[in-house]
Design a protein around this ligand. Structure first.
Ligand code: ZN
Length: 205
């Protein structure tokens, strides 16, 4: 019997999500709809089963991007070995956040790296997307989560490529810069992080 890759008691929801690298672009995702899920999904992080997971319906959820709010379908799959169901998220999303990865990351970048004020960031996002009521409290909750994730992201970089690794405890701003220059892009960072680490990026620590 295979050893489970995750401790089932560690965090109730962390293993019910799969970050898939199939699509990074929300526009393409909206064009294709459920057809996006034609290719099979393999591998259950919960029990270590490596085969194909069975389709188990869809649910819809909101995605808030810089310019608009969308409703998209998310595939659920079920592991034939352990019976656990997983939601298959495209890599432009972070589990349990309605804001897209790009939105959250840009907000973090503006605050931690560019040192923009909260009011400047709030005004920028609210002017780009008229349907939005983005608040300073959203920024502080993103920043709090990023602070909590900082050392785990640093250890991801250690496993990914020692060139990125900072032996000293790195500042959040330098970790954010490293994510920004990740090979390909931040979406690839998101799916690679999910593949290599026990929890997804930006998870509750
Ligand atoms: Zn399983």
């Amino acid at each position: 019997m295979k050893t489970p890759l995750l401790n089932p008691n560690s965090f109730l929801f962390s293993y019910t999500m799969i970050i898939n690298s199939f699509l990074k672009n929300i526009t393409k995702y909206l064009d294709l709809g459920k057809e996006i899920y034609l290719s099979p999904i393999y591998g259950c992080k919960f029990c270590g089963y490596e085969g194909m997971l069975h389709r188990h319906g869809y649910y819809s959820r909101n995605v808030i991007t810089k310019y608009s709010i969308h409703r998209i379908s998310i595939l659920r799959v079920k592991c034939p070995s352990c019976g656990k169901t997983h939601a298959v998220l495209p890599s432009f999303l972070i589990p349990y956040y309605q804001y897209s990865l790009e939105f959250i990351f840009e907000c973090l970048y503006l605050s931690f790296v560019m040192k923009d004020s909260y009011s400047k960031i709030v005004n920028l996002f609210n002017s780009l997307n008229p349907d939005l009521s983005f608040k300073a409290s959203n920024i502080s909750s993103f920043k709090k989560r990023m602070n909590e994730n900082n050392s785990i992201v640093n250890s991801f970089f250690a496993g990914f490529d020692s060139l990125y690794y900072d032996m000293d405890y790195p500042k959040v701003s330098s970790i954010i810069e490293k994510i920004k220059v990740f090979p390909k892009d931040i979406f690839d960072f998101n799916s690679t992080f999910f593949k290599m680490m026990p929890k997804y990026f930006f998870s509750k620590v």
